[in-house]
Design a protein around this ligand. Structure first.
Ligand code: NAP
Length: 260
């Protein structure tokens, strides 16, 4: 198996859809053995099915062992995340040296109407979920002494805000602070932590936005179009790999120039 992540175990949360699915595919093409984790178990299994056929990743059989695996997880639950890390280590024989935190939700509403539960739900998945996964992976990597790379998927909305997304923008701004603090704490263990800030990317999540609003944003993008999940995945894979060996605590915008 060739590639800059040859044989590396990589955990991708939110791997059952959109950007997470594209990240699984990209890391797999770079030679990683991928743990596809999602609360949408059918989505995670579908992603897993797309990974066979990449170089060295043959369809498993009685003679060909499985190089990748799908896991169910609720990233907002510490118990579920602890169980995920245990199962990943059992399956692959080592902790993930790469983790890409893509699991996320939107629950849009105007500030004046938003109830506390809607605010908290988004914080619980996007921010607390990223914290829980990062902490569990970092603990396992420190114990193993291998170093590693953790990538958080934030959002450009963290920097500029967005109408109807006070909960989402706050959660993603929190993710950026988390990323930089983790980078400072974990550098001495050889663990890097970086964030990717996508703009508007064509996925099931962005399909919930009214077409009129999406068209308006597309018109604001200097590159003149929305992004593809693969274009975010390429940057995640760069940050996961040794090609970014001297980068930590960074936020990389993948926006087609939106809001620069
Ligand atoms: P997506 O297609 O909806 O994929 C997100 C995946 O995360 C879904 O499979 C979802 O499952 C899963 N998930 C949600 N809550 C979870 C939980 N508690 N535990 C485990 N898995 C959970 O969205 P996407 O567009 O690919 O977004 C991926 C990441 O990019 C998110 O963090 C998002 O905020 C960020 N992002 C997206 C855009 C964009 O324009 N698409 C822009 C900026 C940032 P369910 O379907 O069951 O919820």
């Amino acid at each position: 198996m060739a590639g800059r992540l040859r044989g590396v175990v990589a955990l991708v949360t939110g791997g059952g859809s959109g950007i997470g699915r594209a990240v699984c595919s990209r890391l797999c093409r770079d030679g990683a053995r991928v743990a596809v984790a999602d609360r949408d178990t059918a989505g995670a299994e579908d992603t897993l099915g797309t990974l066979w056929g990449h170089e060295g990743h043959q369809q498993p059989s009685s003679v060909v062992p499985s190089l990748n695996a799908a896991f169910d997880v609720d990233v907002a639950s510490a118990t579920s995340v602890t169980r995920l890390l245990r199962r990943v280590q059992e399956h692959f024989g080592s902790p993930p040296r790469v983790a890409v935190c893509c699991a996320g939700v939107t629950r849009d509403d105007f500030l004046l109407r938003m109830d506390e539960g809607t605010f908290q739900e988004v914080l619980a998945v996007n921010l607390q979920g990223t914290f829980l996964v990062t902490q569990a992976v970092a603990r396992a990597l420190v114990a193993a002494g291998t170093g590693g790379s953790i990538v958080h998927v934030g959002s450009i909305v963290a920097k500029v805000g967005n109408v109807g997304q006070t909960n989402y923008a706050a959660s993603k701004a929190g993710v950026e602070g988390l990323t930089r603090s983790c980078a400072k704490e974990l550098s001495r263990f050889g663990i890097r932590c970086n964030a990717v800030l996508p703009g508007f990317i064509v996925t099931p999540m962005s399909q919930k936005v009214p077409p009129k609003v999406l068209a308006k944003f597309a018109g604001l993008v200097p590159m003149g179009r929305l992004g593809d999940p693969e274009e975010v995945a390429d940057v995640c894979a760069f940050l996961a790999s040794g090609d970014s060996a001297y980068i930590t605590g960074a936020s990389v915008e993948v926006t087609g120039g939106l809001f620069m």
